[in-house]
Design a protein around this ligand. Structure first.
Ligand code: CAA
Length: 388
């Protein structure tokens, strides 16, 4: 039985920073950010968007096209947790009005969270083929104003419906996983910003890519040329470019061109959104599907990396008619609705979002009608509302 991705929904908050403005404000050559890092914009979440509200908004992109009663599992991966105990997915479940019988929980392993949610969902649907599963990755990447990681921030969510006989990507059996207990990036309980050993993290990312990609090809008796595209977790697009260079290092010109062109297609959305941690690899997938012009049956390799560190390489095959499940114009509209922030405005919003509002203070959102947002705390309980 084939199980895989049947729907994809994307959400990003309604504010962004232009990297040329950020470069000027930080006394850097803009080409360092545009070319050296490979980012042109980054989405910014104000106090009213968090892992829950963004996850709701991403799922709403396709919810009216699915049978809600069939959803038996809802898993949310995040490293921007909103509670030390209660799962963010419970708030999402309520907003989406899913049935009480749904099994739901949150998972965490840095940016690997959505991949493990997807694998759990794949196994769940294999055992319960009449049911479906929703998996969500939802994150705000925060390193801090004037840090080296500042240019690699971002905010957004990807939600996917996993189903038997899927309409987009059929997941192949097997995977290559690799983990080591290291400290390249982490976020202590008392901090809203990540701590990072930046150069070390990029080196480990590439090491783990080499290991899992080689092991996966060996396990499945595949060659690099068998892949129509290889996509990567993109903390910033230059990171994926470096991994892709490794992938094509021993390839002929035709194959190098093919994999370079598919990589170019896969990075377009991340280039404007920034890092969305758990959801970044799946934003690359969406970008590839919308811009890559791949034919049905194409083999797509996916490299997932979560700091700490855990990596996995796996693959899927594109299903005939996958294009009909996409809405490129609506995704473009979502990006274009964002308001450009001046650097002082961004710094103010960033710093304000480092703490919760006072208990009882009501927040309002300036996003579009129908968008869900975090409305503040009442008796220390998080409140979520929809703009009407
Ligand atoms: N024109 C063009 N390129 C330029 C340039 C210019 N004028 N000036 C500099 N560059 C290039 C540099 O040559 C360099 O290129 P290479 O990487 O190819 O050598 C690139 O711009 C970046 O320059 P620096 O190395 O000097 O950048 P930096 O020290 O300021 O920091 C960073 C870069 C380490 C990525 C930092 O932004 C960071 O720590 N980010 C967060 C950590 C991160 O994202 N790690 C990724 C792996 S971990 C992971 O994937 C999990 C996750 O999501 C966090």
């Amino acid at each position: 039985m084939q199980v895989g991705i049947d729907k994809i929904g994307f959400f990003t908050p309604n504010k962004y920073v232009d990297m040329v403005d950020l470069a000027h404000a930080r006394n850097q050559d803009p080409n360092k950010f545009l070319i050296g890092i490979g980012q042109s914009e980054m989405s910014v979440a104000d106090q009213t968007q968090d892992a829950v509200s963004m996850g709701i908004n991403a799922t709403l992109r396709y919810l009216d096209r699915i049978d809600k009663d069939k959803v038996g599992l809802l898993v949310l991966g995040t490293e921007s947790g909103i509670d030390q105990s209660k799962s963010a997915s419970l708030f999402v479940k309520t907003a989406l009005k899913l049935k009480p019988e749904v099994r739901t929980f949150e998972v965490k392993e840095a940016c690997f969270g959505l991949t493990v949610a997807l694998m759990v969902a794949r196994d769940f649907v294999r055992v319960h083929p009449e049911q479906t599963a929703i998996v969500i990755g939802s994150d705000i990447a925060r390193y801090g104003v004037k840090t080296r990681g500042e240019v690699t921030q971002g905010a957004g969510s990807i939600s996917m419906l996993v189903k038997a006989t899927p309409s987009i990507l059929a997941l192949n059996n097997g995977h290559s996983a690799y983990s080591e207990d290291i400290n390249d990036f982490w976020r202590p309980n008392d901090s809203r910003v990540a701590l990072v050993d930046g150069k070390y993290s990029t080196q480990i990312y590439l090491d783990f890519f080499k290991k899992t990609f080689a092991d996966y090809k060996k396990q499945k008796d595949l060659a690099t040329k068998d892949f129509a595209a290889i996509i990567y977790h993109l903390p910033f697009t230059k990171m994926g470019l470096k991994a892709n260079r490794i992938a094509v290092a021993d390839q002929d010109e035709t194959n190098t061109k093919k994999l370079q062109s598919s990589f170019e297609s896969s990075k377009l959305l991340s280039n404007r959104v920034g890092n969305i941690y758990t959801a970044s690899l799946y934003l690359s997938l969406l970008s590839l599907l919308e811009n890559g012009n791949l034919s049905a049956g194409s083999l797509v390799g996916l490299f997932s990396y979560g700091s700490g560190a855990m990596a996995e390489f796996y693959s899927g095959k594109l299903v005939a008619g996958y294009e009909q499940e996409l809405d490129r114009a609506a995704d473009e509209k979502m990006l274009n609705r964002r308001q450009k922030l001046s650097i002082p405005e961004y710094e103010h919003i960033f710093n304000e979002a480092l703490t919760d509002p006072a208990d009882g203070q009501e927040l309002t959102s300036d996003d579009e009608v129908g968008t869900w947002y975090f409305a503040g705390l009442r008796d220390h309980i998080r409140q979520y509302k929809k703009i009407i």
